[in-house]
Design a protein around this ligand. Structure first.
Ligand SMILES: Cc1cc2nc3c(=O)[nH]c(=O)nc-3n(C[C@H](O)[C@H](O)[C@H](O)COP(=O)(O)O)c2cc1C
Length: 382
């Protein structure tokens, strides 16, 4: 149904899936899998179920194998116990009428030996990404990693495939590949962290190869319209040496052109958090999402700093098909209803973003709706 006042509240056909609105919950690492096996818990099921009025939920980034870990208490998607734990989550969300994709990730060189019994993490090249890893002993600086062998790269791609299979078995509705800056995939894309001389380094085509090998592996498991990918092409802060460079625009042009042939669920693009003037990507400062709209022919999901107003505006002008909200979902489990009734948003407590139990996780109340205090934008029956 159309909703001319608020396109965010319109239904949306995403391949075979019917989303009840265009408000997507973006992935939020919350560090609540506080058990040695990194198994999703009943508390996590409750948390996601509380947010099931979103058109689609994207889980926190989850690990595709035991070598991909780099942040404490983040759940995995590689063991039997983890699959069983995720079944609790998908069932709780489905029972509440929601849809949920699993976000599959690998942190590559941005990890720390504390996660690997003292052994170095591995990345595309033996280059310190100069970021920080949240270890059991707090934040620690990244080190110079080991370079992945070709055999290890091939195995990693197979691990993505297995994790995608596991997500299917666990009852998810699809998967999103986590390719935000800091993760393994963008470490391959960046000139600063990839100085390989084999088929995974050098030219744009070689550095982007892993994106398509991972996608091809996953599409052997899921139909393409259940598979998505999330990029942050222009992140400047907290990304160590992986800043946009003179090849960022050409490599993304190449990636977008090839992705256009995949008929994916959507391409998820995070906007700029800072002013891009004076950087190699300054042409994207204005009309940022149009650059992606014009270079990619599939469905586009826009993210970063959206409000009810700007989310409705970008959908209305047609520059994006879906909008995702991250931080707002932490303290407003029923964000959609807030939009529907024009209610003010609560602020989340940042001290409990990445750690803790139920407090700051499942104890944010739902809004109180009152016919006198708020008016609803129900869908027009057009
Ligand atoms: C606490 C927290 C954890 C996050 N964890 C992830 C993650 O696991 N995977 C991911 O792709 N993005 C992650 N993000 C980024 C969000 O998905 C989103 O891109 C970002 O918050 C910008 O959207 P917003 O302005 O609506 O919050 C995280 C953000 C926050 C605040």
């Amino acid at each position: 149904m159309k909703n001319t006042a608020q396109p965010l509240l319109e239904e949306y056909q995403l391949g075979e899936l019917k989303l009840k609105n265009r408000v997507v919950m973006a992935s939020l690492t919350r560090g609540r899998a506080d058990n040695p096996g990194l198994v999703p818990t009943p508390l996590m099921a409750k948390y996601y179920a509380q947010r099931a009025s979103a058109g689609l939920i994207l889980t926190e980034g989850t690990w595709v194998n035991s070598k991909s870990i780099g942040f404490i208490n983040v759940p995995g998607m590689y063991s039997r116990e983890q699959v069983e734990g995720w079944k609790l989550v998908t069932k709780a969300v489905h029972d509440n009428g929601g849809l949920i994709f699993s976000q599959l990730g690998h942190i590559g060189s941005a990890s720390h030996p504390d996660f690997f019994n003292g052994e170095l993490p591995a990345g595309p090249s033996a280059i310190n990404p100069q970021t920080r890893s949240f270890t059991p002993e707090g934040f620690k600086d990244s080190l110079t990693p080991r370079e992945l062998t070709i055999a290890e790269i091939k195995q990693t791609i197979q691990d993505y495939k297995q994790a995608a299979k596991n997500a299917k078995e666990a009852g998810f509705d699809g998967v999103e590949i986590h390719a935000m800056v800091g993760m393994l995939i963008p470490q391959f894309l960046s000139l600063a962290t990839n100085q390989r001389t084999d088929e995974y380094g050098g030219s744009i085509e070689n550095r982007a190869r892993i994106v398509f090998e991972i996608l091809d592996a996953i599409i052997a498991v899921w139909s393409s319209t259940r598979v998505a990918i999330k990029f942050t092409p222009v992140a400047l802060s907290n990304v160590g040496i992986m800043k946009p460079d003179e090849e960022t625009i050409p490599i993304f042009k190449y990636i977008l052109k090839r992705l256009s042939d995949y008929n994916l669920a959507y391409l998820h693009i995070v906007g700029p958090a800072e002013n891009l003037n004076g950087t190699d990507v300054e042409v994207m400062q204005d009309n940022y999402f149009s650059h992606f709209r014009n270079n990619y022919s599939g469905r586009l999901m826009a993210n970063l700093g959206f409000t009810q107003e700007s989310g409705n505006a970008i959908l209305k002008e047609g520059t994006a098909d879906l909008v995702s909200f991250g931080a707002a979902f932490i303290a407003n489990p029923d964000l959609v209803e807030h939009f529907q009734y024009h209610l003010p948003l609560s602020e989340g407590d940042m001290d409990t973003y990445y750690a803790g139990g139920a407090h700051g996780y499942t104890d944010y109340p739902k809004a109180v709706y009152s016919n006198t205090a708020a008016h609803s934008d129900d869908a027009d029956s057009e």
